[in-house]
Write a protein that binds this ligand. Structure first.
Ligand code: ATR
Length: 301
């Protein structure tokens, strides 16, 4: 008789969030586990903020290999871990916990990695791109910080533009300080551009990234897009929004013949380091994975 895939030796991981029901991570990780016939499980873990630390210690005590962390716990996770990686120290947040056998907790921030991997997977040559001009990021939240960090590490100049301009200045100040402290390098090439309406993208920009919820279905403005009239014909346009798969911004970029990269790839690639650490196997984000997760998204729409 064929044994069930999950046995008494199953490797366990999950995602801590509040709420967590919207998370796609269980769908993705369990798909990869099935595909690879791995004896393991990945479960949603709804945890209130005041119980976050106790829940993490409980998972550790119960033999979990680790967990992902999503809103609103990413900063609390950073405060809790024993060994934050460089990306975690620069972003001040953690989305992946790995429990070591000696009881220590390693924490990493993999959003920036996911972002860069999704660009590379879509054929973008980052070395070439950064020589073309600065990257312009719309937004100044946690996603902007992770992406800005990853781009600075790749040698890009980064410009932040945010509706609430003081938040953009605060991000630049905070990240610059963390950069000098944790990398030992001088201040990064990071600056602020005012948020104009319609937000205009100048011809020297090589990479445009929307890190806000603008353009997201059910978000603040589903039709939003910046003005691409003066953009370079080599501009690469990214949107971290993935519902819909093709946002108005991505559609406009494609219509102009620009390279357009959607947000689903970042979501899938950021999951890879955790899966490898907990379940001991590499993953790929192939067409079948993208189709599977896209179908799960459609079922929710
Ligand atoms: P996250 O951590 O996921 O990036 P966040 O901290 O809530 O999320 O940031 C959301 C971003 O979307 C912010 O940059 C926010 O701009 P403000 O700082 O001005 O709030 C941006 N955003 C949300 N709604 C917006 C809107 N209607 N117009 C412009 N920007 C908006």
């Amino acid at each position: 008789m064929k044994r069930g895939r999950i046995t008494g030796q199953a490797k366990l991981a999950g995602v801590l969030g509040h709420p967590v029901s919207h998370s796609l991570s269980p769908v993705l990780h369990n798909y990869w586990l099935e595909q690879r016939n791995i004896d393991g499980a990945y479960v949603p873990l709804p945890v209130r903020p005041e119980q976050f630390a106790i829940a993490v210690r409980g998972l550790q005590a119960a033999g979990f290999r680790g967990a992902n962390v999503t809103i609103p716990h990413k900063e609390a996770a950073f405060a809790l871990v024993d060994e934050p990686d460089l990306a975690a120290r620069l972003s001040g947040s953690v989305n992946t916990l790995v429990f070591s056998e000696d009881g220590r907790i390693q924490g990493s921030s993999t959003d920036g990695f996911g972002f860069l991997e999704s660009l590379t997977a879509d054929g973008v040559d980052l070395t070439h791109l950064r020589q073309q001009g600065p990257a312009l990021l719309f937004g100044a939240g946690g996603a902007a910080r992770s992406i800005a960090t990853a781009l600075l590490e790749q040698g890009f100049s980064v410009i932040i533009s945010n509706r609430t301009e003081p938040r953009a200045h605060a991000l630049v100040k905070d990240l610059s300080q963390a950069w000098e402290e944790h990398t030992g390098n001088s201040a990064p090439d990071l600056s602020v551009q005012p948020w104009a309406t319609p937000e205009s993208v100048s011809g020297d920009i090589s990479l445009l990234v929307n890190t806000t919820s603008l353009g997201m279905s059910g978000g603040p403005d589903t039709a939003w897009m910046p003005d691409l009239a003066h953009a370079s014909e080599n501009l690469v346009v990214c949107d971290i929004v993935y519902i819909p798969r093709e946002t108005p911004l991505l559609k406009a970029a494609t219509q102009r013949g620009l390279v357009a990269v959607g947000g689903l790839g970042m979501l899938l690639h950021q999951a890879r380091p955790g899966f490898r650490a907990w379940f001991g196997t590499e993953t790929t984000v192939d067409a079948a994975t993208i189709d599977y997760v896209s179908d799960a998204l459609k079922c929710r729409a």
